[in-house]
Design a protein around this ligand. Structure first.
Ligand SMILES: *Cc1c(COP(=O)(O)O)cnc(C)c1O
Length: 351
């Protein structure tokens, strides 16, 4: 097969990933795991798992059995859980793969009892989000008797805000913990870790903050950017004063200048809402995004970037907290939207 380099690359800083995990682990009173669903929030779950396992992380979480299967074979000492539990169609995978289902309903519990052969499972209890999980009354009312529960989980709905819902969910989780025996208890995601050690219990499950997202102000200045999208310049053109650029002619050159057209667009997850605010850098020069975002192309005002030429790489502005504010996308969407055309290149910025 011919090895064809993509004109898009996602530089991924393994040192930043590991430092972020270490920061979260230092704030977790018990163990600190990692949510690597959605292909490691778009970065590549297998590589994320390998880097974090080498740093000491032992507990990983995916959403589906297809995601679990893609991570096989597992290193011997890591544990993998599947958030969506077991539907009828999942039972073969759930009995075959070395991963635990997170059972989310009385129906899933029944299914696991009938066909799980007594193997350990995790349990999700809904403490007020009304998404997935058994109700508190069900969990403490005997629905879980006799199961081999490894980890009993709940999930916080508003941990990224100073909401009273956090304390209510914490109290409900403590009630369940008193009543239902399990090897471990786990409540906090990235934002939940920032709420303090009361929320940490035996195991935390950060996702976003591992990958450079800042879930709450407590993490600002501590979490480092991990994902750096870069696009290659396909063409540099001269534009005259008054000439429009791109679909709909939404940007008009204010003076004679130069425009760089780069290989990236909304099909790569660089959505149209970046228009008017996005930018890139090349050799410490800022290049503002101009005009609309096309499917596979974007344009930058390169008038100040002397010497920029076809084939050069532009580093997109992609600091997650500030990019989320200006684009209106969430930090999660900014990561998970990055498409399959990027070459994902792991680097270590400071070994
Ligand atoms: C995605 C997810 C996490 C991780 O959440 P972040 O906000 O990304 O830290 C933890 N627990 C559950 C149940 C999840 O679905």
């Amino acid at each position: 097969m011919i090895d064809i380099a993509s004109p898009l690359r996602l530089r991924l800083d393994s040192t930043a990933l590991v430092r972020n995990w270490q920061w979260l682990a230092a704030r977790s009173p018990g163990a600190c795991g990692a949510a690597i669903k959605a292909d490691g929030y778009g970065l590549g779950a297998a590589k994320v798992m390998r880097h974090l396992a080498a740093a000491g992380c032992r507990d990983f979480f995916v959403a589906t059995w297809a995601e679990a299967a893609a991570l096989m074979p597992l290193a011997g000492d890591v544990s993998l859980s599947v958030f969506h539990g077991v539907g009828d169609a999942d039972m073969v995978a759930a009995r075959t793969l070395p991963a635990r289902p997170v059972l989310n309903s009385v129906e899933q519990v029944r299914r696991w009892r009938a066909a799980g052969e007594g193997r350990p499972c995790d349990i999700m209890v809904d403490t007020g989000m009304n998404r997935l999980g058994l109700r508190v009354e069900e969990a403490i009312g005997g629905a879980l008797g006799g199961l081999a529960i490894d980890t009993l989980l709940s999930h916080l709905a508003s941990a990224d805000e100073d909401s009273e819902q956090n304390a209510r969910q914490l109290a409900a989780f403590r009630t369940v913990r008193q009543a239902v025996p399990a090897r471990r208890y786990s409540l906090a995601n990235s934002a939940g870790i920032c709420l303090g050690p009361d929320y940490g219990f035996d195991l935390t499950r950060p996702g976003l903050a591992l990958y450079g997202g800042v879930p709450r102000r407590e993490a600002a200045g501590h979490i480092r950017q991990v994902a750096f999208p870069e696009a290659r310049v396909l063409q540099v053109r001269e534009v005259r004063k008054g000439e429009p650029v791109g679909y709909g002619a939404t940007w008009v050159a204010p003076a004679e200048g130069r425009v760089a057209i780069a290989n990236m667009g909304y099909a790569d997850g660089y959505l149209r809402c970046h228009a008017g605010q996005g930018g890139a850098a090349w050799r410490a020069r800022d290049l503002p995004l101009v005009g609309r975002v096309s499917m596979d192309l974007i344009a930058f005002d390169a008038s100040a970037a002397d010497g920029l030429a076809e084939g050069d790489w532009l580093a997109l502005d992609y600091d997650l907290p500030s990019t989320a504010v200006r684009s209106g996308l969430s930090q999660y969407e900014l990561l998970t939207g990055l498409g399959t055309r990027f070459d994902r290149c792991w680097i270590s910025k400071e070994p």
